[in-house]
Design a protein around this ligand. Structure first.
Ligand SMILES: CCc1ccc([C@H](C)CC(=O)N[C@@H]2O[C@H](CO)[C@@H](O)[C@H](O)[C@H]2O)cc1
Length: 820
């Protein structure tokens, strides 16, 4: 722990208990008899928050004083998860506070579970942003996370009769102790309207944007604590409000609704997170949301420049801005507008500043996820930006024309404007043209970007392209989620591994130690027991902690192939039914993940999983050797419970489709073995842990390409066990005889199967047999499990962030001395 604190923030048990009751009394106005569990949680949260504020203020003061170069991470999603536990670990007071609270007769774990997690993201991209800003703080890199403070985050998933149903996420209903509103730094954001050229008092050509509405953007700041450092960076999320929340004049005219209409329509901008993962929904509100937080954030950065008396011409020296996919790509045009229209910087200089400021990370190759906005919508919402984009495009295409003389097709392919149909703005192209660095999130993905989706840009600017393989924070995903494993590891190699994950390598020799292997297995079994209790509570299904926990948790998507997994489960079940005495390794198949509300096939896959579970879990012939569990509402909190409890991590996407994956890293770190394809970061995990400690199957990316090119017919694979499995499902066996229910899914596979489920089924099934055989030898399994964890050092987000800093952001660490 760092420097001593003052009385109010002392780190003693007594101080925690004193402040706990003071907060209950002075902040929540409650005394124990009347206090609810949530009151106790809030009271504890404020105890912890107070101990963070000194760091937060000291950090802000140091950055302001030193004018430190700052990383601005632009993301439409931050999937932060619950704050309390993480802040206790990073402050280094987790166990003391647990003691303090337990002594008061309260259940510490229950208080932690009381927190409504901020689910301001869909999946991988949003969670990566959360891991990144935690690593930036731990590495003491000055940074700001910029995003949207959605009033309603990702929906809560309830499974009703086996179907996903969505419930509104009212995460703010009890307030949020971890944020501080900063109305004093609110800015206005323009939308709609028209532009007009004019000459200013110096007779210079200028353009005026006359919007048809203004929205107020109010920042809410959340401290992001580093691990065992004095650094607390800021996550600044914008809330939309009406400039005038109540128009009295309109009210006086007796038009009450008119008086509040502006309020309602403005607040819509930060009302709700779009729950689509990798599916574009070209809604006007979505583009408005993107522009809203981007404009507010860039205006905020100009405000910071002003405070630090840094001229706007040096914007790029102060800030390194990362575009988390194309969702904030409008920032390229917005920075140009602010430089040219608001600060009268000449175009060329403004463009140079813009390109030196931005870098772009691509997270998906799926064509349906690449954002293209219809021109009419763009013209209506952002008329000035469209003008600027046209100018950027004209100058860019000039460069391309010269470089690739006479190649008009290339011009059409590379243009920021897709001239087909109603014409579209290609946001990925805007991001590439406006950035000095472009990266994918795993080696294969970055290669495929260069070979395929962004090939033309790579040929034009090869040096701009790079790779930054994803990582995850070991603080939340090991130290907080798996305290038993953390204790065991630290008792053998010390605890530096928590900030230097490569030190886990020192566990390798212990894999040969039978005693350590047994301790390792005991830890895993204890985590499995914990999870079994959670599964029973949430699904009513009893699972056996000695069975193999085979886990697939991630968003439901056909390319992630949850349906391949459940087809294999049906094959195992069929094998058992055909020969009840067959020797089978008892397995518990655990699924979890949300489907985008409009993604019907994904919802049908969930229904198939729950339907198969209903039959298998009740079939006496199975004798509990197979269990299928669908864990509802997979989120960060549930992730923290499932990753430590897994024996097998399912990473079975079609090769070339999963950009990286990050769940795969969390599983491996916690000693789960991976069954997976040569896709995304699976390839690098297998490289690190050793092919002998990884269950590989399936076609590689080139083989997928070749099979598709040769005219893939899934029906050719419909024989043997797969045929029986498909027939069983088709017959309505898992749907109370209703042969229609799963027809769309089965017909889609038999006639199209775009993700090659049938082509990979046999190889997958064989790999699963290897898994069952390997699990029989628990001692050898323990060795492989230890080696998976020992060799997962590369997949720390600290390593990833160091690479971004060295190669792209060039932002040095700034150690913080606490202000007393
Ligand atoms: C327009 C709708 C939309 C929404 C979100 C997205 C994200 C890019 C989807 C996403 O989360 N991608 C995941 O990003 C992770 C972090 O890099 C990767 O590990 C996953 O492989 C990738 O699917 C695309 C399109």
């Amino acid at each position: 722990r760092t420097e001593p604190q003052d009385e109010r923030t002392a780190l003693t048990k007594e101080a925690f208990q004193r402040d706990f009751f003071n907060n209950l009394f002075y902040i929540l106005g409650k005394f124990p008899t009347l206090a609810t569990k949530n009151d106790y949680y809030q009271a504890l949260a404020f105890v912890v928050r107070d101990r963070m504020l000194q760091r937060w203020i000291s950090t802000a003061a140091a950055y302001t004083k030193q004018g430190s170069r700052t990383v601005a991470y632009f993301s439409a999603e931050f999937l932060m998860g619950p704050h309390l536990g993480n802040n206790l670990v990073n402050l280094g007071i987790h166990d003391e506070v647990r003691k303090a609270v337990t002594e008061l007769g309260l259940d510490f774990n229950e208080l932690l579970l009381e927190e409504d997690e901020p689910g301001l993201g869909n999946g991988g991209l949003g969670r990566l942003a959360a891991c990144f800003i935690e690593s930036l703080a731990t590495l003491q890199i000055p940074s700001l996370g910029y995003g949207i403070r959605y009033e309603f985050g990702i929906f809560h998933q309830e499974i009703v009769d086996g179907w996903q149903t969505e419930r509104t996420d009212k995460w703010l209903r009890f307030g949020n102790p971890w944020e501080i509103p900063r109305p004093e730094w609110a800015v206005h954001v323009k939308l709609g309207g028209y532009t007009e050229p004019y000459r200013d008092e110096f007779y210079r050509h200028r353009v005026r944007w006359v919007p048809d509405r203004l929205v107020a953007a109010v920042p809410y700041d959340t401290p992001i604590l580093g691990y065992h450092t004095n650094t607390a960076n800021t996550l600044r999320l914008w809330k939309a409000e009406a400039p005038e929340s109540f128009d009295f004049a309109v009210f006086n005219r007796g038009d009450y609704y008119g008086a509040v209409m502006q309020k309602v329509s403005s607040e819509n901008l930060s009302k709700v997170l779009y729950p689509n993962d990798e599916q574009l929904q070209g809604k006007e509100l979505r583009l408005s949301q993107q522009y809203f937080f981007v404009s507010a954030s860039l205006q905020d950065m100009f405000r910071i420049l002003k405070i630090q008396k840094i001229p706007v011409e040096r914007f790029h020296e102060k800030f390194a801005a990362q575009l988390n996919d194309t969702h904030p790509a409008i920032a390229v045009a917005e920075l140009m507008r602010l430089l040219i229209d608001e600060n009268v910087v000449p175009w060329e200089q403004a463009w140079d500043i813009t390109r030196r400021t931005f870098a772009y990370t691509n997270h998906t190759l799926l064509p349906e996820a690449l954002e293209c906005w219809p021109l009419p919508l763009f013209a209506k919402l952002l008329p000035r930006h469209l003008e600027i984009i046209f100018e950027i495009n004209a100058r860019f295409l000039d460069e391309v024309r010269i470089r690739f003389y006479g190649d008009e097709e290339r011009i059409a392919r590379m243009s920021l404007i897709d001239e087909r149909g109603e014409r579209y703005v290609r946001m990925a192209h805007l991001a590439c043209v406006g950035s000095h660095a472009i990266n994918g999130v795993a080696e294969l993905h970055s290669e495929l970007l260069k070979q395929d989706v962004l090939r033309d840009f790579y040929e034009l600017w090869p040096t701009r392209f790079g790779n930054k393989t994803n990582g995850v924070t070991p603080r939340r995903w090991m130290a907080l989620s798996n305290p038993r494993l953390t204790k065991l590891v630290s008792s053998h190699i010390g605890d530096e591994w928590i900030t230097d994950l490569s030190q886990l390598r020192r566990l390798e020799p212990l894999a040969e130690d039978a005693g350590f292997r047994q301790q390792w297995l005991d830890v895993k079994r204890a985590c499995k027991c914990d999870f079994a209790a959670v599964a029973l509570k949430k699904t009513g299904i009893t699972i056996d902690p000695d069975s193999l926990f085979d886990v697939q948790v991630k968003r439901i998507h056909e390319y992630k192939r949850q349906h391949l997994n459940i087809l294999h489960v049906v094959a195992l079940y069929h094998r058992l039914r055909s020969n009840p005495n067959v020797d089978i390794t008892p397995r518990t198949f655990i699924f979890g993940g949300k489907a985008a509300p409009g993604y019907h096939i994904a919802k049908l896959i969930i229904k198939l999983i729950t339907s198969v579970g209903d039959v298998v879990n009740r079939d006496p012939a199975v004798r509990d050797r197979l269990k299928v569990v669908f864990l509802p509402n997979f989120n960060v909190k549930n992730g923290q419970r499932i990753y430590p409890a897994a024996d097998l991590s399912e990473q079975v996407s079609t090769a070339g489709k999963e950009a990286s994956g990050t769940g795969n890293m969390k599983f491996s770190m916690n000693g789960a073995l991976t069954i997976g394809t040569m896709d995304g970061a699976n390839i690098e995990i297998r490289e690190e842990v050793g092919a002998e400690n990884f269950f590989l199957f399936g076609l590689t990316t080139p083989e997928v390409g070749a099979l598709k090119a040769s005219g893939y017919n899934p029906a050719n694979y419909l024989d043997g066990e797969l045929k029986e499995v498909v027939e069983l499902i088709r017959s309505g066996f898992f749907s109370r005889g209703d042969a229609e229910l799963f027809r769309p899914l089965i017909d889609g596979l038999v006639h199209h199967d775009p993700y090659l489920v049938f082509a990979d089924f046999d190889s997958y099934s064989k790999a699963q047999q290897q898994v069952s055989a390997a699990y029989q030898d628990r001692d050898h399994w323990a060795r492989m499990s230890i080696l998976n964890s020992a060799r997962s050092g590369k997949f720390s987000s600290d390593r990833t962030i160091r690479e971004y800093c060295d190669d792209i952001w060039k932002a040095p660490a700034v150690p913080i001395r606490l202000l007393t």
